[in-house]
Design a binder for this molecule. Structure first.
Ligand code: NAD
Length: 470
């Protein structure tokens, strides 16, 4: 089916009204749940082929993540969709006012390759639950996952979700169609292309982008425990996670203590030779491998002042990059852009204030991770920095709290989703006012205006006196 026909079919399905009833939405979510349970192993095989992901990691971070999200949405959907009453001003009474959430129409989801199943289906859960039909494009860079979605989705979700496989030409063609919302996950360069195309049709967009997510650590924490958490968040999926800790800021003492613990933490996760660990992934393709390995080699070259803490070996043939930790300065190549690979630079700063200035001088991060037992330090990060998410004591895990919005701010994105935030994103918030024609209390404010009406209207619209505290 051509792109145009696919989008037209999604529009016809939406216009037919089938998506409106609560029952249809629950049916689609249940069908997706069944697909994930019956073919979870097929999706895990595809993820292993694309990214070398261990099946357990795939069940945890992709398939299981989705089934949990579905259960959460099914459980709460009715309550989230209930009309929300609004107070009516005296001048309009008697009347009833409420906000109702209505579906937008046809939603386009464009997904990236790093969590290719989760990042395609998670927004689809919200879009279907809100009563939309969806056209979704998986990333061509994860071809096995893309093929698995194209194979199984039509069997379970025909008429609700259509998968369009392909790369730039197909996405470009999709972006020429009219949608009611576009939900894009990926890098900011393509984010700008998506937003420019959306502007032609005045289509609202959600952009889930990336960037460098910093860690700040001080000496108040249990370093061994912090090192384990940081290593887990960083080296999962071989560092190819949008919310992975990108680099660590700390004083020389804090970083020395962390550097002493990180090699043990890495060995606990992946053994002494991660190349032989089935739990450790590979870099997605040769270009990404060359980019990361090139930055690493450049920063480790003589005269740069960088110091290797652990790791550093690479193998182009298998696109293997060992979990690597190194001390660098702020001018290092690794500090120029999002690393998106298993290399963790440690950057020394002189003080907490310097760390906050360092972070605020750069793009607003998707996530910011703070490891400190000092409440005053945590308060300073809360009050003086801006990021999509702010976690204390653990990276990445905010994603699995269904009540929290997931999204960026500034260069890391706009809009958010997960749980009821997805329903808000994929719905129009329609204002509904209901006023009976009798009695016609509005007659009091219609012209002609006499002295009495003037006094009455002044009283109705006059600002109320501020309450005196004495
Ligand atoms: P990618 O290369 O798979 O691209 C994402 C999508 O954009 C794909 O579907 C691709 O087909 C499409 N695309 C690529 N070029 C295009 C073009 N010229 N015109 C139209 N569409 C085009 O994935 P990526 O961008 O390499 O993903 C990695 C980036 O995404 C990182 O920056 C990462 O931080 C970010 N990311 C963010 C999140 C999040 O939830 N915020 C999640 C994962 C990844």
């Amino acid at each position: 089916m051509s792109v145009e026909t696919t989008v037209a079919a999604a529009r016809t399905a939406f216009n037919s009204g089938i998506t409106r009833p609560h029952a249809w939405r629950i049916q689609q979510l249940t069908a997706m749940n069944r697909m994930l349970r019956e073919h979870g192993d097929d999706f895990a095989d595809a993820l292993a082929a694309d990214l070398g992901k261990h099946p357990t990691e795939s069940w945890l971070t992709e398939i299981g993540f989705l089934t949990s999200e579905i259960s959460h949405v099914i459980k709460h959907l009715e309550g989230w969709l209930a009309p929300r009453r609004a107070a009516v001003p005296v001048a309009l009474q008697p009347a009833k006012a409420s906000t109702i959430l209505e579906p937008l129409g046809v939603v386009l989801v464009i997904a990236p390759w790093n969590y290719p199943i989760q990042l395609l289906l998670a927004p689809v859960i919200g879009a279907l639950a809100a009563g939309n039909t969806v056209v979704a494009k998986p990333s061509e860079i994860a071809p096995a996952s893309s093929a698995a979605l194209a194979h199984w989705v039509p069997e379970y979700l025909a008429g609700a979700l259509s998968i369009v496989e392909g790369g730039v030409p197909e996405t470009t063609e999709l972006l020429e169609q009219r949608f009611d919302h576009i939900f894009y996950t990926g890098n900011a360069r393509v984010g700008r292309i998506v937003m420019t195309a959306a502007a032609q049709q005045l289509t609202p967009v959600t952009l889930e982008l990336g960037g460098k997510s910093p860690v700040y650590i001080d000496e108040t924490v249990n370093m061994a425990a912090a090192a384990r958490r940081i290593a887990w968040g960083k080296f999962m999926n071989a560092g190819q996670t949008c919310v992975a800790p990108d680099y660590v800021l700390g004083t020389s003492h804090a970083l020395a203590a962390l550097a002493a613990e990180l090699p043990h933490a890495i060995a606990e996760l992946y053994g002494l030779d991660p190349a032989h660990s089935v739990a450790y992934g590979r870099i997605i393709h040769d270009d990404a491998f060359a980019r990361i390995a090139g930055m690493l080699a450049g920063d480790l070259a003589e005269g740069t002042g960088s110091v290797l803490v652990s790791g550093g070996s690479t193998d182009a043939a298998t696109r293997y990059i060992e979990p690597t930790v190194l001390h660098v300065d702020a001018q290092a190549q690794l500090m120029d852009s999002e690393i998106f690979g298993p290399v963790l630079p440690l950057v020394t700063i002189g003080s907490l204030a310097e760390a906050i200035t360092f972070i605020n001088a750069r793009d607003k991060p998707l996530s910011l991770y703070v490891f400190s037992e000092d409440r005053a330090v945590r308060t300073q990060f809360t009050e003086q920095t801006s990021s999509g998410a702010l976690n204390f004591g653990v990276p990445v895990a905010h994603l699995s709290v269904p009540g929290l919005p997931f999204g960026g701010v500034g260069e890391s994105g706009m809009g958010s989703y997960h749980g009821h935030h997805s329903i808000e994103t994929f719905s129009h918030h329609k204002a509904v006012l209901e006023k009976s024609l009798a009695p016609d209390t509005l007659a009091l404010i219609y012209p002609p205006f006499g002295v009495l009406k003037k006094q009455l209207i002044k009283r109705l619209v006059a600002p109320s006196k501020p309450h005196s505290k004495n």
